[in-house]
Design a protein around this ligand. Structure first.
Ligand code: SAM
Length: 213
């Protein structure tokens, strides 16, 4: 059990992501939409919105989701192109859960540095008591070029506790959990990048969970 925090439980991911049972779930940096599609199949009472700055990976899954149910269509799914820095006003106070899994590029920079504009954007779309779940995977060797390009600090426990988490709290999110996921825990995640990255034994996967206050 690698997630460290107050009140840690045996299955942090499952417990937290089932916390609403219904409502609107927004996945930012959704990529090919696997998490959204699979979750929407399993939770028909929730409505899933997959958002990505890049429209290309959304095309295939958007087409699939709008087919007839017998051909893989799902009535509780929507995909939209948008960046975290500029989320659509239609989402204001709408999200009961926000997920950001394996961010990269400007999305990684925004969540790992606690960019004020991005956090304001997240808080704006959060409904009261919205769960915000962020999963960051970094391999300091393999990802060195991107880490340097984005000018990211080392995501140490001290950095998380003293610098990053206070920024989320200042933006209106209370901390529920934070820590490092074991490879068994993060390989269970239904995202394409969780699957792609499974071979990297040196990847550190950080889990942050907040609740909108
Ligand atoms: C490594 S992929 C992860 C995709 C998916 N969450 C997964 O786990 O399979 C990161 C995604 O973040 C998106 N992204 C990068 N910058 C973004 C931004 N500023 N706002 C929204 N999405 C962004 C990229 O287009 C890419 O699809």
């Amino acid at each position: 059990m690698a997630v460290q925090s107050d009140n840690s439980t045996e299955k942090p991911l499952e417990n937290l992501s089932n916390h609403t049972g219904e409502g609107v779930v927004v996945d930012i940096g959704t990529g090919d939409g696997r998490f959204v599609y699979r979750s929407a199949q399993s939770n028909p009472r929730k409505f899933y919105i997959g958002i990505d700055a890049n429209a290309k990976p959304l095309e295939k899954i958007s087409m699939k989701a709008t087919r007839k149910p017998s051909k893989g269509g799902l009535p509780n799914v929507l995909f939209a192109q948008a960046a975290i820095e500029d989320l659509p006003a239609e989402l204001n106070a709408a999200a009961d859960e926000i997920h950001i899994h394996f961010p990269w590029g400007s999305l990684l920079r925004a969540v790992a540095l606690g960019d004020e504009n991005a956090l304001r954007s997240l808080r704006r779309i959060a409904a009261p008591e919205c769960l915000l779940e962020i999963i960051i995977g970094i391999d300091e060797e393999r990802d060195r070029t991107e880490i340097e390009r984005l000018d990211l600090p080392k995501l140490s426990e001290e950095y998380l506790q003293k610098t990053l988490i206070p920024k989320y709290e200042a933006a209106g999110f209370e901390t529920l959990k934070s820590g490092v996921l074991s490879s068994v825990e993060w390989s269970r995640l239904e995202t394409s990048w969780a699957r792609k990255l499974q071979s990297g034994a040196n990847r550190k996967v950080i889990y942050l969970a907040f609740q909108a206050g």
